[in-house]
Ligand binder design. Structure first.
Ligand SMILES: N[C@@H](CCC(=O)N[C@@H](CS)C(=O)NCC(=O)O)C(=O)O
Length: 226
């Protein structure tokens, strides 16, 4: 059994989508980011960075893993699935995983902060993060225009990137004209395990639910100011 400490966000979904795809039994421990539970001392013992997600593998002496990319690699290696074991195949997956961890995630994350949550509208900062996110989407397009998946078969690299790119509308970044990216987004969205994974720990707020969206933004705003 695996304990999953998570919240309804792209980095959290990466872990729940992988657990669902791998059919590993897990228990969800929802972390309330608005109440700053991720900064509590007991949680910091598992995740020194004070962020979600974290897993604790109860079948491996309560081994704790933080950083979503490291969680994906751990789960893939534990099961021998979603990542090849030969050196080159494994490297290809890790390259596209690192591309998400060092690029797509941080840039879209900052686009969200400046476009949605920051109390002042600083247009050059919004433009910078949205343009850089779009540039990274174009890098994905170059790959996906003639490859079904990012690195060989469907892998943790697809999971990591999909969990972020699927919420491009929230970041205010268009996927218009990126036909390979759109095809890939739709193909992954049709996988039942991926559909289940992005409803953990709760269903995301719907864009047309104004009240719930306002409340979500209020909590996110208080979090970035702490
Ligand atoms: N590099 C980390 C980033 C994790 C991260 O930024 N998580 C966000 C949610 S997507 C979080 O916990 N935010 C709470 C906070 O900033 O206090 C990972 O990939 O696990």
């Amino acid at each position: 059994m695996i304990d999953l400490y998570t919240a309804t966000t792209p980095n959290g979904w990466k872990a729940s989508v992988a657990l669902e795809e791998l059919e590993l039994p897990y228990e969800v421990r929802a972390i309330n980011l608005g109440e700053n539970q991720q900064k509590e001392e007991t949680y910091l013992e598992l995740n020194p960075n004070g962020r979600i997600p974290t897993i604790v593998d109860r079948d491996a002496d309560d081994f704790a893993v933080f950083e979503s990319g490291a969680i994906l690699i751990y789960l893939a290696e534990k099961t021998g699935r979603l990542m090849p074991t030969d050196t080159k195949g494994r490297s290809r997956v890790i390259q596209w995983l690192m591309f998400q961890m060092g690029g797509v995630g941080p840039m879209m994350g900052q686009a969200n902060v400046f476009f949605r949550y920051f109390p002042e509208k600083i247009q050059p900062a919004i433009d910078r993060y949205q343009n850089e996110s779009r540039r990274l989407f174009e890098v994905l397009e170059r790959r996906l225009s003639d490859h079904e998946w990012l690195a060989g078969d469907f892998s943790i690299a697809d999971i990591a990137n999909w969990c972020w790119v699927r919420s491009h509308g929230w970041s205010g970044v268009s996927v218009e004209g990126l036909e390979g990216v759109q095809r890939w987004l739709d193909a992954i969205a049709q996988r039942p395990a991926c559909q289940r994974g992005v409803e953990v720990p709760t269903r995301p707020v719907r864009a047309d639910d104004e009240k719930a969206t306002e409340e979500f933004i209020r909590k996110a705003r208080s979090m970035i100011q702490k």
